[in-house]
Design a protein around this ligand. Structure first.
Ligand SMILES: O=C(CO)[C@H](O)[C@H](O)COP(=O)(O)O
Length: 220
C-alpha cells in the first residue's frame, strides 16, 4: 500500500471515534482532508464541526457540513488531525501545513485528541522533520537567534503567512529528547505564538496506517 492508501485507511478508522450529536474538531492537511471526506458520509449524525484552518473550513462547507466558530461552542467531543511526526508516547510534531496554532487551540479544547497518520510518521525521537514555530513578524530575527542558541537551524518559510497573519520558522537539526521541556521553553520566548511540539497536550489516541492494518496506540 502506498502512503495515500495508508492515510485513507486511518481516515476511515477514525470515524469510529466520532461522537454522534456533538461538535467535532477537524484538523488540517492531506490526512485530515481524507477524514473530512469520510465524515461527509455520516454528516447527519453530528451537530457540526470546528475547523483548525480556513482550508479545512472550506472543505467542510463544500460537503455541506456545518462549521462553527470555536467561541460559539461549549464543548468539542473529539479532535481528529494528522501529524508530521509521532512517538509511541503520543508526542507530536505538527505544523507542516502551517496551521499549528489553531490546531493546538482546538486540541486543547477537545475532550479527546485522535491523531491519524501513516506509519512512516512514527519515530523514536522527534526532530527529523523541521520543527515549525509560528512567530509574530516583528520578532522573527530575535526568535531565529534564540532558536539557533537552542541548537537548531531556523529557516523562514518563504512566501507563507499563517491564517493568523504571522510567519513560520522551520527549525532544522533538532533532536528533541525532552519534548515537554522544549515545548515550554520555546513557547516562553516573547514573540512566539506557538511551537509545533504537541507534548504538553499529547494525542490521546494515535491511529497509524501500516501494511498490516491500522495500529492503535494509546487509550480507546
Ligand atoms: O500539522 C499539520 C498541518 O499544520 C498536519 O497535520 C501535518 O502537516 C500532517 O499533514 P499530512 O496529513 O498532509 O501528512
Amino acid at each position: 500500500m502506498n502512503q495515500d492508501e495508508l492515510k485513507q485507511k486511518v481516515a476511515e478508522a477514525a470515524i469510529e471515534y466520532v461522537v454522534p450529536g456533538t461538535v467535532i474538531g477537524i484538523g488540517t492537511g492531506s490526512t485530515a482532508n481524507l477524514f473530512i471526506d469520510e465524515l461527509a458520509k455520516i454528516k447527519g449524525k453530528i451537530e457540526g464541526t470546528v475547523a483548525s484552518s480556513v482550508a479545512s473550513a472550506e472543505r467542510l462547507k463544500g460537503h455541506g457540513i456545518p462549521v462553527y466558530e470555536l467561541n460559539d461552542v461549549d464543548e468539542v467531543s473529539v479532535y481528529i488531525d494528522g501529524a508530521d511526526e509521532a512517538t509511541k508516547h503520543l508526542h507530536l510534531i505538527k505544523g507542516g501545513g502551517g496551521a499549528l496554532t489553531r490546531e493546538k487551540i482546538v486540541a486543547a479544547v477537545a475532550k479527546k485528541f485522535v491523531c491519524i497518520a501513516d506509519g512512516s510518521k512514527l519515530v523514536d525521537v522527534l526532530g527529523n522533520f523541521p520543527l515549525p514555530v509560528e512567530v509574530i513578524p516583528m520578532a522573527r530575527s530575535y526568535i531565529a537567534r534564540e532558536l539557533t542558541k537552542l541548537g537548531g537551524r531556523p529557516e523562514l518559510r518563504a512566501g507563507f503567512t499563517t491564517d493568523n497573519g504571522n510567519v513560520i520558522l522551520d527549525v532544522h537539526g533538532l533532536q528533541i529528547m525532552e519534548p515537554t521541556k522544549l515545548e515550554a521553553q520555546i513557547n516562553n520566548l516573547a514573540g512566539v505564538v506557538t511551537v509545533g511540539i504537541f507534548a504538553l497536550r499529547p494525542a490521546d489516541v494515535l491511529l497509524l496506517g501500516t501494511a498490516e492494518g491500522v495500529q492503535t496506540l494509546g487509550g480507546k
